[in-house]
Ligand binder design. Structure first.
Ligand code: GLV
Ligand code: MN
Ligand code: MN
Length: 409
């Protein structure tokens, strides 16, 4: 049975790495904080009897052999990187619950046909390069050395960050797993929404993951004197155009009832209380579990944005940073998690994931599954993110049982 105290102690210990003044955590990819978190998790993996290594993408992997040699592996885990000033549970819960599952199996002498691997993926969040899921993309064989050119706020590329972390970006392809080598990937994660809380349930079974599109929108106007440039056609205010587009984003997403649209990054220059903004770039994150609905919102926003900018004499440019299709969870993983909930006396409940997760990248490699733990007030990507010790342990136990089922298939 899951050791709730041990799991909770480890969650609290990892949460102290990268603690911010704002009371949250910041563990960006390829930094000392991500390194320290992986080192601590590696020590837990060894306590759990796992054979520990890191692959060419820096994914930390702990392996437990199965009784049948050479069979495909059941993979489980999550990430230990975080957003800027994020919460204590997004990522670490899934890694530490997977370590806990392996440790209980080790202590109880549970043999499984298939090997089990626990993974802490490199950079799930994309907080540093606006390009996330780097470790899982690499493991799925979706990254080559030429895909590492995205830059962070200081102009450092992913490839350069990898080098300073001690990894060789030319060898990123070595992290790819061959087709057929992974039987399933299952991740435990906090829900980051209010469905389970509203239903009064500690744990839920995920049906699928909404697909995100990440865009960078650039507006090119003309900087000018705020006092001497009259309102009207003479002004080519890039921020005023961007503001009209931001309003359109909110209207178009809201009108669908399902798509969510967020502008989370906004840059303007030159920047000054008495200068008309000449240039603006903003990020757009659009998601829906239905790809057609999401893509419809995207085209209406882009059409509208062109019109707005033309009318204001402002140049407009769009760059796609990532485009992922929604990812369905497999029947097999869902059924195994559902049965585990029933065994433990938790009313099983299925729900979709609005947040993105590493499993999305693995969908071409293996069937995926996810289990959610109730989040307090649905808050996440915020220091107030919280799930109780009891709920974390309940989710970990559902995960452990699900893994044993899948590893004996
Ligand atoms: C990660 O948390 C994401 O959903 O973007
Ligand atoms: Mn996460
Ligand atoms: Mn997250």
């Amino acid at each position: 049975m899951t050791n709730a105290d041990r799991l909770w102690r480890r969650i609290r210990e990892v949460a102290e790495i990268g603690r911010t003044e704002g009371g949250g955590v910041a563990r960006l990819s390829f930094t000392g904080e991500e390194r320290a978190a992986k080192d601590l998790v590696a020590s837990y993996m060894r306590e759990a009897g796992l054979e520990v290594r890191e692959d060419a993408a820096g994914n930390l992997i702990g392996r437990r052999e199965g009784s049948e040699a050479g069979g495909p592996v059941v993979l489980t885990g999550s990430h230990v990187d975080s957003v800027r000033n994020g919460g204590d549970f997004d990522g670490p819960l899934g890694v530490l619950a997977a370590v806990e599952a392996a440790q209980v199996m080790h202590e109880e002498g549970t043999a499984t046909r298939r090997p089990l691997e626990v993974v802490a993926f490199t950079d799930e969040e994309g907080a540093r390069f606006s390009f996330g899921m780097i470790g899982s993309r690499a493991l799925a064989g979706l990254l080559g050395p030429n895909d590492l050119g995205q830059t962070d706020g200081d102009g450092t590329t992913v490839a350069e960050a990898m080098r300073s972390y001690g990894l060789d970006p030319q060898r990123i392809g070595d992290a790819a797993r061959p087709p057929g080598s992974v039987a399933a990937y299952v991740e435990l994660h906090i829900e980051q929404g209010k469905v389970l809380e509203d239903a009064g349930l500690p744990v839920g079974v995920v049906t699928g993951i909404a697909g995100p599109v990440w865009l960078r929108l650039s507006f090119e106007g003309e900087a000018g004197h705020a006092g001497t440039t009259p309102m009207g056609a003479q002004r080519r205010d890039a921020l005023a155009a961007a503001a009209a587009v931001m309003r359109l984003i909110e209207e178009e997403a809201t009108a669908t009832g399902s798509t969510v649209g967020t502008v989370g990054l906004l840059d303007l220059s030159p920047g000054g209380i008495n200068i008309i903004p000449g240039r603006v770039t903003l990020s757009l994150d659009l998601r829906d579990i239905d790809e057609t609905v999401r893509d419809g919102v995207e085209s209406r926003i882009l059409e509208g944005a062109k019109e707005i900018c033309t009318g204001r004499g402002v140049g407009f440019r769009v760059e796609t940073l990532q485009r992922l299709a929604p990812a369905p969870c497999s029947e097999e993983a869902r059924a195994a998690a559902w049965a585990a909930c029933e065994e433990l006396g938790f009313e099983p409940r299925e729900l979709p994931s609005g947040a993105g997760h590493d499993g999305m990248q693995l969908i071409g490699l293996c069937p995926i599954g996810m289990i959610f733990v109730r989040s307090r007030d649905g808050i996440s990507h915020n220091p107030a993110e919280w799930s109780s010790k009891e709920d974390c342990a309940a989710g970990a136990e559902v995960l452990r049982r699900t893994l044993v089922t899948l590893a004996n298939r």
